[in-house]
Design a protein around this ligand. Structure first.
Ligand code: ATP
Ligand code: MG
Length: 291
């Protein structure tokens, strides 16, 4: 679904942030992108939605190259890319509901959204999503009155309001306490399974990534040095990614029952979701791509 080939990004400052990266994310597949600070994780996500212009390479979403796309096409394609950020990026003075509805901006047109005239179907969907993320009792609350965990839930609902094909998630838990972080990871990966959505999740918390995601990609100095299941991340692999360190305890949650259970369930649900999505969604996707 998302194919990245030979992606290279050199910033005008001369920093080589990505060096000839190849990465394919299958439909419905969730990957955690790990790696030390400065490895290029955020740059990779920014290249995919073209917040930065890659120096070289191709990024294909459902077969269409994003890198060579004109502005109008790019606007349409960005609807398919749901972004979730560490810093939430909410409009502080707007309500939870209005922030979620703003996820439809790419669809309803500027004036309609400016005047906040959203179709009833969008409002119904926003209610459904807010219920799913556990905020249905807070629809009228202003964004600036929410906790970090609640803000991230709004960010997730807003991204899903776009009906994306893939979620691009940059450090979703970096500002959250350990319990809230687990809840947010469970929510994101659960929603991906339910909706057959792919995701790239940049994350520093390796045990958390290992607990909730089946495929881990390790980036170091702009290159992929690991791509495989959590179970393959031994001390040597962690050293490849992060450099020399005493890794004992890093996989402390390996035997976590909840985690094992979640992984087995994740696998079964991902398989089921893949079947459903490939049967149902393809004609629809072609229409969107052609429009
Ligand atoms: N706007 C920019 N201009 C110049 N160089 C940049 C810019 N943004 C990032 N870089 C450089 O590109 C490299 C990759 O940065 P990036 O932010 O993608 O890393 P990261 O893996 O997301 O790190 P972190 O874990 O700290 O978020 C670094 O060397 C960084 O200094
Ligand atoms: Mg980053």
């Amino acid at each position: 679904m998302l194919q990245i080939e030979g992606l290279t990004m050199r910033y005008p400052t001369g920093d080589l942030a990505l060096d000839n990266v190849d990465l394919t994310v299958e439909r419905g597949q969730v990957i955690a992108l790990i790696g030390p600070s400065g490895a290029g994780k955020s740059t990779l996500i920014r290249c995919v939605n073209r917040l930065v212009e890659p120096t070289a390479g191709a990024i294909r979403l459902n077969g269409t190259d994003i890198v060579s796309m004109g502005r109008a096409n790019l606007r349409r394609t960005r609807r398919r890319l749901g972004m979730i950020f560490q810093e939430y990026a909410l409009v502080e003075r707007l309500s939870v509901m209005e922030n979620v509805l703003s996820g439809r901006l790419g669809y309803v047109g500027f004036w309609r959204s400016f005047l906040r005239h959203y179709p009833q179907s969008d409002i119904d969907e926003a209610f459904r999503l807010l219920e799913r993320v556990g905020l249905d009792h807070m629809v009228d609350k202003r964004a600036d009155a929410l906790s970090g965990g609640q803000r991230q839930r709004v960010g997730i609902a807003r991204a899903l309001m776009q009906s994306p094909d893939i979620l691009l998630v940059d450090e979703p838990t970096a500002s959250l306490d350990p319990k809230t972080s687990r809840q947010i990871m469970r929510l994101i990966t659960g929603l991906c399974r339910e909706r057959g959505l792919g995701a790239i999740i940049n994350i520093h918390d390796v045990p958390l990534a290992m607990q909730f995601v089946e495929r881990i990609v390790g980036l170091r100095a702009g290159e992929i040095v690991y791509d495989g299941p959590p179970s393959g991340l031994d001390d040597q692999r962690l050293t490849d990614i992060y450099g020399e360190e005493d890794w004992s305890g890093t996989r402390a949650r390996d035997g976590d029952e909840e985690g094992d259970d979640a992984q087995a369930q994740a696998q079964a649900q991902t398989d089921a979701a893949r079947k459903v999505v490939s049967a149902v969604d393809l004609p629809e996707m072609k229409k969107v791509a052609a429009s």
